[in-house]
Design a protein around this ligand. Structure first.
Ligand code: 7RM
Length: 649
């Protein structure tokens, strides 16, 4: 992989911030952005020290950054702080006491709201329940929950008493849960009887029971009642939350945590081997989540912020829970599926609650596109003022659809690039300042020294695709991989030593904008040209018949790799030989003959991780006709893999 990555797509559309948005934005001029960004790089300790002091420390820090143990950073050294106090106490004892913290809607249509005062009380109660069950500072607690307020409460309750949480997405299997419980050394599990998903009860307790078979270290399973289905019970170990809560005090002093104490573990699947427990500590993580939420989403009083991510992902940690609550914002939380009971459920929620900021993933946007323009058209979306995207490169087609049909051409779109490892948004537009372009995450956030480099670590000239790196530490960066410091050092800092590299390709254009090209493991190599799968996919999706596409390379004697495209079509389109030819021609015409797919395969769905990222690794094996040896524990739809293989005959 010594060559740079060729880039082939050109995007010239530009969208300056709408004047109406800009006129009341937190940051509204290029000069103001430049001044702040420059300060964040020229005087990082001054910059981050000042921002950090906006949070309520229980003991002031002595030093902003200690990088002497690189690549293991220490931020806000000597400071003591509690994440739950940052998110709750400062607001519950201040002017936001009666402001709503959480507006929640269950899939069946039930709703709940909790003010800051109420949430503070409930989290304190929850914390006392944990204590009563013997959970202590320094312990790790697994959380395996549906998207109900108790999921956020459980996280904050752990933080309150100094226990670290390890949230495992409720859609994961018992095996995946077990692996994470064991790796993290969790001593308690918080779960629910079930959650509502697509009109059905998604049972959680059976998975927990199966996961805990033969596991000796877990003394407590705390079960929140949500769906009231029957659950099996393991007396002594299992306890109903509501029973203990009824007796628990609603006062619980937050534990003063060292800035570098563990706040949480969150597992991400490595492409090979077992999942990695990404380590995030307290002070730096909070500062990153706090500042990015404030500026990227231009938060102001009266906003209703809806980040659609499940709390099982980093996006749910940073932009459902910690970032918005640290800022005293009101969040919307929704339990269920986006299209239950109607395809317009999301837009009905926006209308019903008057959501002002909406943050979702490209995979969701492409699903909505496929359902048809008439679906969002039925709802009043005039409360929206800002849209966000995260999780994958957003293809310009989806960006434009989002802009037109959801933002109604009034709302800026922030395409935010970041990772579980970065903890908070790292490359992003600032909505009152940045001229956006469909497909570009634009510029680095404050304190992020991002660059595109070649194999030797030399910065590449504009418009050459290469490796995306961050050249210095930032407060919310991961502190390591749980139990495996070497894997951290080698995996992220091994390639360049002094620069962080987490596996994405990108190019930077002459105006300094970043265009993320996707994971470097996914790069195609056709006749010596390195092409990004994302660009070929983008071109396919720009064809009117295509809903979604995933492109992989299949070994080819002549060209090295031949392009195989897996394609789902939009409603009403008949897939067939004629369309295959048309699509090949379309790509050849848009990008060049080089990118012409050798093969198009129609499918009813693409294999995705449970957070919606396309698993090209699996498609590569399908395209090459070989068995998959890598980790498949994160795939959303097992049966699909068989269907994809069956198509080969
Ligand atoms: C937040 C999150 C991280 C990977 C990352 C990228 C991809 C995320 C964007 C993006 C292009 C974006 N954390 N990615 N956001 N690619 N543009 N705006 O998703 O750990 O689950 O994934 O996701 O490849 O490395 S994550």
């Amino acid at each position: 992989m010594s060559q740079s990555i060729d880039h082939v797509l050109q995007e010239h559309r530009r969208f300056p911030p709408p004047r109406e948005f800009q006129s009341c934005a937190r940051l509204s001029t290029e000069e103001a952005y430049q001044r702040m960004y420059r300060e964040s790089l020229d005087d990082p300790e001054g910059f981050w020290g000042r921002i950090a002091r906006e949070l309520p420390w229980m003991q002031p820090f002595e030093r902003v950054l200690d990088w002497s143990g690189a690549p293991f950073a220490k931020w806000f050294v000597g400071g003591r702080i509690n994440a739950s106090a940052v998110c709750l106490d400062q607001h519950a004892y201040g002017r936001r006491a009666d402001q709503r913290a959480i507006v929640w809607e269950g899939e069946p249509g039930d709703t709940r709201t909790l003010t800051y005062a109420e949430l503070h009380l409930e989290v304190s109660r929850f914390a006392n329940v944990l204590k009563r069950r013997g959970v202590q500072k320094g312990d790790r607690v697994a959380i395996y929950m549906p998207m109900i307020p108790e999921a956020a409460m459980a996280m904050l309750a752990c933080a309150r008493i100094g226990a670290a949480h390890s949230v495992v997405f409720g859609g994961f299997s018992a095996t995946a849960l077990k692996e994470r419980i064991l790796d993290g050394g969790c001593t308690a599990v918080i779960t629910a009887d079930g959650g509502w998903r697509r009109g059905q009860i998604l049972p959680l307790k059976p998975q927990v029971d199966e996961a805990l078979e033969g596991v000796l270290g877990v003394h407590t399973v705390l079960v929140v009642r949500r769906t009231a289905n029957r659950v099996t019970w393991n007396a002594g170990r299992d306890v109903w939350y509501h029973e203990l809560a009824a007796e628990a005090s609603t006062e619980c002093a937050p534990e003063p945590m060292d800035s570098e104490d563990l706040l949480f573990l969150l597992y991400t699947s490595g492409s090979t081997g077992k999942p990695k427990g990404i380590v995030h500590t307290t002070g730096g993580y909070l500062v990153g989540a706090y500042l990015s939420t404030q500026f990227v989403f231009d938060l102001r009083d009266g906003d209703l912020f809806w980040c659609t991510a499940d709390v099982g992902w980093i996006t749910g940690h940073s932009y459902v829970v910690y970032g918005p609550l640290a800022n005293g914002a009101t969040i919307l939380m929704y339990e269920g599926a986006p299209t239950t009971p109607t395809p317009g459920r999301f837009w009905e929620i926006v209308e019903r609650h008057r959501v002002t900021i909406f943050y979702t993933a490209p995979t969701a946007i492409r699903t909505f596109m496929r359902l048809g323009d008439e679906v969002p058209a039925k709802s009043d979306l005039s409360s929206l003022r800002l849209l966000g995207s995260v999780g994958e490169p957003i293809n310009p087609e989806a960006w434009m659809w989002y802009h037109r049909h959801i933002g109604r051409q009034r709302c800026p779109i922030v395409d935010t690039w970041w990772q579980t490892e970065t903890g908070s948004i790292a490359i992003t537009p600032l909505p009152g300042v940045t001229v956006t372009q469909p497909g570009s995450a634009t510029r680095p956030f404050f304190g992020i020294d991002a660059a595109v480099v070649d194999d030797q670590g030399r910065e590449l000239p504009p418009d050459q695709g290469g490796y995306l790196v961050i050249r210095r530490p930032w407060p919310s960066m991961l502190r390591g991989i749980w139990g495996n410091p070497d894997r951290y050092r080698e995996g992220y800092w091994g390639k360049y030593q002094t620069m962080y590299f987490a596996g994405d390709g990108a190019r930077r254009d002459a105006s300094g904008y970043f265009w993320v090209l996707g994971r470097v493991d996914d790069v195609l190599n056709v006749a010596g040209h390195r092409l990004s799968t994302m660009e070929v996919e983008s071109s396919l999706v720009s064809h009117a018949a295509v809903a979604e596409a995933a492109v992989v390379g299949r070994p080819d004697d002549v060209q090295g790799q031949a392009i195989v495209a897996f394609v789902t079509v939009v409603k009403g389109v008949e897939p067939g030989e004629a369309l295959k030819e048309a699509l090949k021609e379309h790509v050849a015409h848009e990008i060049g003959k080089l990118a012409r797919p050798a093969e198009i395969r129609f499918t009813d769905a693409l294999p995705k991780t449970r957070s919606g990222k396309i698993m090209r690794r699996l498609l590569r094996d399908v395209a090459a006709g070989v068995e998959t040896t890598g980790d498949t524990s994160t795939i959303e739809d097992y049966a699909l893999l068989a269907r994809l293989r069956g198509d080969e005959e």
